[in-house]
Ligand binder design. Sequence first.
Ligand SMILES: *Cc1c(COP(=O)(O)O)cnc(C)c1O
Length: 367
Amino acid sequence: MSHDFLSLANQGVQGLKPYEPGKPIEELERELGIKDIVKLASNENPLGPSQQVKAAIAAAVADLSRYPDASGFTLKQALSEKLSVTPEQLVLGNGSNEVLELIFRAFVQSEHEVIYSQYAFIVYALLTQSCGAVHRTIPAKNYGHDLDAMLAAINDKTKLICVANPNNPTGNYINPSELKKFVEQVPTHVLIVLDEAYFEYLQADEQPPSCDWIGQHPNLIVSRTFSKAYGLAGLRVGYCACHPDIADLLNRVREPFNNNSLALVAAEAALADEAYLNESVTLNTQELGRVCQWLDTKNIQYIPTKGNFVTVDMKGDAMPHYQALLTQGVIVRPIGGYGMPNHLRISIGTKAENDRFMAAFETLGLA
Ligand SMILES: *Cc1c(COP(=O)(O)O)cnc(C)c1O
Protein backbone atom coordinates (compact mmCIF):
# COMPACT_ATOMS: atom_id res chain seq x y z
CA MET A 1 0.00 0.00 0.00
CA SER A 2 1.52 3.31 -0.91
CA HIS A 3 0.47 6.70 0.26
CA ASP A 4 1.09 10.04 -1.36
CA PHE A 5 1.86 11.83 1.86
CA LEU A 6 3.35 14.74 -0.06
CA SER A 7 -0.06 15.64 -1.44
CA LEU A 8 -1.54 15.33 2.05
CA ALA A 9 0.87 17.93 3.45
CA ASN A 10 -0.03 21.59 3.74
CA GLN A 11 0.55 23.44 0.49
CA GLY A 12 3.46 25.51 1.79
CA VAL A 13 5.12 22.48 3.36
CA GLN A 14 5.01 20.60 0.03
CA GLY A 15 7.47 23.09 -1.45
CA LEU A 16 9.73 23.21 1.59
CA LYS A 17 13.39 22.18 1.46
CA PRO A 18 15.00 21.25 4.79
CA TYR A 19 17.48 23.63 6.42
CA GLU A 20 21.07 22.54 5.80
CA PRO A 21 23.08 22.88 9.00
CA GLY A 22 26.86 23.08 9.21
CA LYS A 23 28.46 19.65 9.20
CA PRO A 24 28.89 18.32 12.77
CA ILE A 25 32.43 17.45 13.89
CA GLU A 26 31.38 13.90 14.88
CA GLU A 27 29.97 13.25 11.40
CA LEU A 28 33.24 14.14 9.70
CA GLU A 29 35.13 12.04 12.27
CA ARG A 30 32.96 9.06 11.35
CA GLU A 31 33.24 9.63 7.61
CA LEU A 32 36.98 10.22 7.33
CA GLY A 33 38.21 8.50 10.48
CA ILE A 34 40.23 11.60 11.35
CA LYS A 35 40.57 13.53 14.61
CA ASP A 36 41.53 17.09 15.42
CA ILE A 37 38.79 18.62 13.32
CA VAL A 38 38.21 22.36 13.20
CA LYS A 39 34.62 23.49 12.70
CA LEU A 40 34.21 27.00 11.35
CA ALA A 41 30.77 26.43 9.88
CA SER A 42 28.04 27.65 12.22
CA ASN A 43 29.21 31.00 13.61
CA GLU A 44 29.58 29.56 17.09
CA ASN A 45 31.66 31.10 19.87
CA PRO A 46 35.00 29.26 19.77
CA LEU A 47 35.74 29.85 23.48
CA GLY A 48 33.10 27.43 24.73
CA PRO A 49 30.67 28.46 27.45
CA SER A 50 31.92 30.72 30.27
CA GLN A 51 32.93 29.25 33.63
CA GLN A 52 30.05 31.07 35.30
CA VAL A 53 27.60 29.46 32.88
CA LYS A 54 29.02 26.02 33.57
CA ALA A 55 28.71 26.60 37.32
CA ALA A 56 25.11 27.79 36.98
CA ILE A 57 24.19 24.73 34.93
CA ALA A 58 25.85 22.38 37.43
CA ALA A 59 23.89 23.98 40.28
CA ALA A 60 20.60 23.69 38.41
CA VAL A 61 20.97 19.97 37.67
CA ALA A 62 19.51 19.09 41.09
CA ASP A 63 16.12 20.51 40.05
CA LEU A 64 15.74 18.77 36.71
CA SER A 65 12.69 16.79 37.79
CA ARG A 66 10.72 20.07 37.92
CA TYR A 67 9.24 21.81 34.91
CA PRO A 68 11.07 25.00 33.98
CA ASP A 69 9.60 28.41 34.72
CA ALA A 70 7.24 28.78 31.77
CA SER A 71 7.41 32.57 31.95
CA GLY A 72 11.20 32.81 32.20
CA PHE A 73 10.66 35.34 34.97
CA THR A 74 14.21 35.92 36.19
CA LEU A 75 15.82 35.89 32.76
CA LYS A 76 13.26 38.41 31.53
CA GLN A 77 13.94 40.60 34.57
CA ALA A 78 17.63 40.63 33.76
CA LEU A 79 17.03 41.26 30.07
CA SER A 80 14.55 44.03 30.75
CA GLU A 81 17.11 45.88 32.86
CA LYS A 82 19.79 45.48 30.27
CA LEU A 83 17.61 46.55 27.34
CA SER A 84 15.51 49.17 29.13
CA VAL A 85 12.23 47.53 28.14
CA THR A 86 9.59 46.01 30.40
CA PRO A 87 9.40 42.22 30.94
CA GLU A 88 5.98 42.36 29.21
CA GLN A 89 7.81 43.42 26.06
CA LEU A 90 9.96 40.28 25.98
CA VAL A 91 9.37 36.85 24.47
CA LEU A 92 11.84 34.01 24.98
CA GLY A 93 12.39 31.40 22.31
CA ASN A 94 14.18 28.12 21.83
CA GLY A 95 16.83 30.03 19.95
CA SER A 96 15.87 33.21 18.13
CA ASN A 97 14.92 30.84 15.34
CA GLU A 98 11.87 29.88 17.40
CA VAL A 99 11.10 33.55 17.99
CA LEU A 100 10.97 33.99 14.22
CA GLU A 101 8.73 30.97 14.00
CA LEU A 102 6.34 32.39 16.62
CA ILE A 103 6.12 35.66 14.72
CA PHE A 104 5.22 33.88 11.49
CA ARG A 105 2.77 31.56 13.23
CA ALA A 106 1.01 34.44 14.93
CA PHE A 107 0.84 36.80 11.96
CA VAL A 108 1.48 35.26 8.53
CA GLN A 109 -1.06 33.43 6.37
CA SER A 110 -1.15 32.39 2.74
CA GLU A 111 -2.70 35.64 1.52
CA HIS A 112 0.19 37.67 2.95
CA GLU A 113 3.48 38.81 1.50
CA VAL A 114 6.79 38.70 3.32
CA ILE A 115 9.64 40.95 2.22
CA TYR A 116 13.26 39.98 2.73
CA SER A 117 16.51 40.48 0.91
CA GLN A 118 18.20 38.13 -1.52
CA TYR A 119 21.04 36.43 0.45
CA ALA A 120 19.23 37.08 3.75
CA PHE A 121 19.10 34.50 6.54
CA ILE A 122 17.45 31.46 4.93
CA VAL A 123 14.97 30.90 7.77
CA TYR A 124 12.88 33.85 6.49
CA ALA A 125 12.35 32.02 3.21
CA LEU A 126 11.67 28.70 4.96
CA LEU A 127 9.05 30.21 7.26
CA THR A 128 7.40 32.16 4.46
CA GLN A 129 7.22 28.93 2.49
CA SER A 130 5.84 26.88 5.35
CA CYS A 131 3.06 29.45 5.86
CA GLY A 132 2.29 29.24 2.14
CA ALA A 133 2.74 33.03 1.98
CA VAL A 134 4.16 35.03 -0.93
CA HIS A 135 7.95 35.54 -1.06
CA ARG A 136 8.95 39.06 -1.99
CA THR A 137 12.69 38.57 -2.34
CA ILE A 138 14.38 41.89 -3.06
CA PRO A 139 17.58 41.79 -5.15
CA ALA A 140 20.62 42.53 -2.99
CA LYS A 141 22.80 45.62 -3.32
CA ASN A 142 26.48 44.65 -2.91
CA TYR A 143 25.20 41.45 -1.25
CA GLY A 144 23.37 43.53 1.39
CA HIS A 145 19.87 44.92 1.87
CA ASP A 146 18.51 47.39 -0.66
CA LEU A 147 16.33 49.17 1.88
CA ASP A 148 14.74 51.56 -0.64
CA ALA A 149 13.70 48.67 -2.87
CA MET A 150 12.34 46.84 0.17
CA LEU A 151 10.22 49.87 1.07
CA ALA A 152 9.02 50.16 -2.51
CA ALA A 153 7.84 46.52 -2.40
CA ILE A 154 5.38 47.17 0.42
CA ASN A 155 1.71 46.87 -0.52
CA ASP A 156 -1.49 46.20 1.38
CA LYS A 157 -0.78 42.46 1.46
CA THR A 158 2.61 42.92 3.10
CA LYS A 159 2.65 41.52 6.62
CA LEU A 160 6.32 41.29 7.52
CA ILE A 161 9.68 42.71 6.52
CA CYS A 162 12.70 40.81 7.77
CA VAL A 163 16.05 42.54 8.08
CA ALA A 164 19.14 40.88 9.53
CA ASN A 165 21.77 43.30 10.77
CA PRO A 166 24.54 42.25 10.50
CA ASN A 167 23.28 39.87 7.85
CA ASN A 168 24.05 36.19 7.63
CA PRO A 169 25.54 34.72 5.38
CA THR A 170 27.10 37.89 3.97
CA GLY A 171 28.14 39.91 7.04
CA ASN A 172 26.66 43.13 5.61
CA TYR A 173 25.84 45.89 8.05
CA ILE A 174 23.35 48.76 8.08
CA ASN A 175 24.39 51.74 10.21
CA PRO A 176 22.05 53.14 12.89
CA SER A 177 20.98 56.25 10.96
CA GLU A 178 20.17 54.36 7.74
CA LEU A 179 18.29 51.76 9.75
CA LYS A 180 16.31 54.35 11.70
CA LYS A 181 15.33 56.12 8.48
CA PHE A 182 14.09 52.80 7.12
CA VAL A 183 12.08 51.93 10.25
CA GLU A 184 10.43 55.36 10.14
CA GLN A 185 9.21 54.77 6.60
CA VAL A 186 7.57 51.39 7.12
CA PRO A 187 3.79 51.78 7.60
CA THR A 188 2.45 50.50 10.92
CA HIS A 189 0.39 47.68 9.36
CA VAL A 190 3.68 46.03 8.39
CA LEU A 191 5.71 44.32 11.11
CA ILE A 192 9.48 44.79 10.95
CA VAL A 193 11.56 41.90 12.22
CA LEU A 194 14.99 43.24 12.96
CA ASP A 195 17.15 40.17 13.46
CA GLU A 196 20.19 41.18 15.50
CA ALA A 197 21.81 37.77 16.05
CA TYR A 198 25.29 39.32 15.71
CA PHE A 199 24.52 42.59 17.56
CA GLU A 200 27.06 42.02 20.35
CA TYR A 201 29.92 41.76 17.85
CA LEU A 202 29.39 45.37 16.75
CA GLN A 203 31.49 48.06 18.38
CA ALA A 204 29.48 50.18 20.82
CA ASP A 205 29.10 53.11 18.41
CA GLU A 206 27.95 50.75 15.65
CA GLN A 207 25.13 49.19 17.68
CA PRO A 208 21.76 50.61 16.65
CA PRO A 209 19.70 51.57 19.74
CA SER A 210 16.91 49.57 18.17
CA CYS A 211 15.08 48.61 21.39
CA ASP A 212 14.70 52.34 22.09
CA TRP A 213 12.76 52.74 18.84
CA ILE A 214 9.96 50.35 19.81
CA GLY A 215 8.09 53.06 21.76
CA GLN A 216 7.83 55.24 18.65
CA HIS A 217 7.48 52.31 16.27
CA PRO A 218 5.21 49.67 17.81
CA ASN A 219 5.47 47.54 14.65
CA LEU A 220 9.17 46.91 15.32
CA ILE A 221 10.30 43.53 16.70
CA VAL A 222 13.96 43.22 17.68
CA SER A 223 15.29 39.67 17.99
CA ARG A 224 18.58 38.60 19.54
CA THR A 225 20.20 35.38 20.66
CA PHE A 226 22.47 33.72 23.20
CA SER A 227 23.78 31.41 20.47
CA LYS A 228 26.51 33.56 19.02
CA ALA A 229 28.57 35.97 21.17
CA TYR A 230 27.19 34.55 24.43
CA GLY A 231 28.36 31.08 23.43
CA LEU A 232 25.20 29.08 24.14
CA ALA A 233 24.22 27.71 20.71
CA GLY A 234 23.77 24.22 22.12
CA LEU A 235 21.24 25.31 24.72
CA ARG A 236 18.91 27.22 22.38
CA VAL A 237 17.92 30.56 23.90
CA GLY A 238 16.88 33.62 21.96
CA TYR A 239 14.43 36.42 22.59
CA CYS A 240 12.70 39.39 21.10
CA ALA A 241 11.72 42.81 22.39
CA CYS A 242 8.54 44.31 20.99
CA HIS A 243 5.28 46.07 21.84
CA PRO A 244 3.61 44.30 24.81
CA ASP A 245 0.52 43.48 22.70
CA ILE A 246 2.71 41.73 20.14
CA ALA A 247 4.54 39.90 22.94
CA ASP A 248 1.18 38.78 24.31
CA LEU A 249 0.21 37.32 20.93
CA LEU A 250 3.56 35.56 20.51
CA ASN A 251 3.22 34.09 23.99
CA ARG A 252 -0.18 32.67 23.03
CA VAL A 253 1.33 30.55 20.26
CA ARG A 254 4.47 29.70 22.22
CA GLU A 255 4.51 26.31 23.86
CA PRO A 256 4.66 26.86 27.62
CA PHE A 257 7.99 25.17 28.37
CA ASN A 258 9.90 26.10 25.23
CA ASN A 259 13.08 26.96 27.17
CA ASN A 260 14.45 24.20 29.36
CA SER A 261 15.59 25.01 32.89
CA LEU A 262 19.32 24.61 32.21
CA ALA A 263 19.03 26.97 29.27
CA LEU A 264 17.23 29.57 31.38
CA VAL A 265 19.84 29.63 34.16
CA ALA A 266 22.68 29.49 31.65
CA ALA A 267 21.35 32.49 29.74
CA GLU A 268 20.99 34.46 32.94
CA ALA A 269 24.55 33.63 33.96
CA ALA A 270 25.82 34.48 30.48
CA LEU A 271 24.08 37.85 30.55
CA ALA A 272 25.74 38.65 33.88
CA ASP A 273 29.20 37.59 32.72
CA GLU A 274 30.31 40.72 30.90
CA ALA A 275 33.97 39.77 31.09
CA TYR A 276 33.33 36.65 29.00
CA LEU A 277 31.30 38.61 26.46
CA ASN A 278 34.04 41.22 26.16
CA GLU A 279 36.68 38.54 25.79
CA SER A 280 34.61 36.85 23.06
CA VAL A 281 34.04 40.07 21.16
CA THR A 282 37.68 41.15 21.48
CA LEU A 283 38.88 37.77 20.21
CA ASN A 284 36.52 38.04 17.25
CA THR A 285 37.58 41.59 16.42
CA GLN A 286 41.27 40.69 16.53
CA GLU A 287 40.99 37.42 14.65
CA LEU A 288 38.56 38.74 12.06
CA GLY A 289 41.03 41.54 11.40
CA ARG A 290 43.90 39.09 11.12
CA VAL A 291 41.98 36.73 8.80
CA CYS A 292 40.85 39.58 6.54
CA GLN A 293 44.40 40.91 6.36
CA TRP A 294 45.59 37.48 5.32
CA LEU A 295 42.83 37.25 2.69
CA ASP A 296 43.95 40.65 1.40
CA THR A 297 47.57 39.59 1.07
CA LYS A 298 46.45 36.44 -0.74
CA ASN A 299 44.17 38.42 -3.05
CA ILE A 300 41.17 36.36 -2.00
CA GLN A 301 38.01 38.41 -2.31
CA TYR A 302 35.51 38.54 0.52
CA ILE A 303 32.44 40.49 1.51
CA PRO A 304 33.18 43.20 4.13
CA THR A 305 31.74 41.82 7.37
CA LYS A 306 30.67 42.90 10.85
CA GLY A 307 29.80 39.40 12.06
CA ASN A 308 31.87 36.56 13.49
CA PHE A 309 32.41 35.10 10.03
CA VAL A 310 33.71 36.06 6.62
CA THR A 311 32.26 35.02 3.28
CA VAL A 312 34.88 34.47 0.61
CA ASP A 313 34.53 34.36 -3.15
CA MET A 314 36.11 31.20 -4.54
CA LYS A 315 35.63 32.49 -8.14
CA GLY A 316 33.94 29.30 -9.26
CA ASP A 317 31.99 26.38 -7.83
CA ALA A 318 32.92 26.35 -4.14
CA MET A 319 31.74 22.78 -3.50
CA PRO A 320 34.98 21.00 -4.54
CA HIS A 321 36.94 23.40 -2.32
CA TYR A 322 34.58 22.71 0.57
CA GLN A 323 35.12 18.98 0.09
CA ALA A 324 38.88 19.38 -0.16
CA LEU A 325 38.92 21.41 3.06
CA LEU A 326 37.03 18.58 4.78
CA THR A 327 39.86 16.20 3.93
CA GLN A 328 42.15 18.63 5.78
CA GLY A 329 39.86 18.43 8.81
CA VAL A 330 38.46 21.93 8.29
CA ILE A 331 34.68 22.34 8.13
CA VAL A 332 33.44 25.59 6.58
CA ARG A 333 30.00 26.37 5.18
CA PRO A 334 29.02 26.12 1.53
CA ILE A 335 26.15 28.52 0.84
CA GLY A 336 24.82 27.36 -2.50
CA GLY A 337 21.45 27.04 -0.76
CA TYR A 338 21.51 30.82 -0.41
CA GLY A 339 22.11 31.25 -4.13
CA MET A 340 25.83 31.85 -3.56
CA PRO A 341 27.42 28.71 -5.05
CA ASN A 342 30.82 30.37 -5.50
CA HIS A 343 31.20 31.49 -1.88
CA LEU A 344 32.23 29.79 1.34
CA ARG A 345 31.26 31.20 4.71
CA ILE A 346 34.04 30.81 7.27
CA SER A 347 33.38 31.41 10.96
CA ILE A 348 36.06 33.11 13.01
CA GLY A 349 37.54 30.67 15.51
CA THR A 350 40.38 30.78 18.00
CA LYS A 351 43.78 31.84 16.70
CA ALA A 352 44.81 28.18 16.40
CA GLU A 353 41.63 27.28 14.52
CA ASN A 354 42.01 30.17 12.11
CA ASP A 355 45.63 29.17 11.54
CA ARG A 356 44.40 25.70 10.61
CA PHE A 357 41.99 27.06 8.02
CA MET A 358 44.63 29.35 6.52
CA ALA A 359 47.16 26.51 6.41
CA ALA A 360 44.58 24.25 4.74
CA PHE A 361 43.95 26.91 2.07
CA GLU A 362 47.70 27.04 1.44
CA THR A 363 48.11 23.24 1.38
CA LEU A 364 45.29 22.97 -1.16
CA GLY A 365 46.73 25.74 -3.31
CA LEU A 366 43.74 27.98 -2.68
CA ALA A 367 45.92 30.77 -1.27
C1 LIG B 1 22.33 32.19 13.91
C2 LIG B 1 21.24 33.11 13.48
C3 LIG B 1 19.97 33.12 14.08
C4 LIG B 1 19.42 32.10 14.99
O1 LIG B 1 20.13 31.58 15.92
P1 LIG B 1 19.46 30.83 17.14
O2 LIG B 1 20.51 29.87 17.51
O3 LIG B 1 18.20 30.17 16.71
O4 LIG B 1 19.21 31.89 18.15
C5 LIG B 1 19.05 34.05 13.67
N1 LIG B 1 19.34 34.94 12.74
C6 LIG B 1 20.52 34.97 12.13
C7 LIG B 1 20.76 36.00 11.10
C8 LIG B 1 21.50 34.05 12.47
O5 LIG B 1 22.65 34.05 11.81
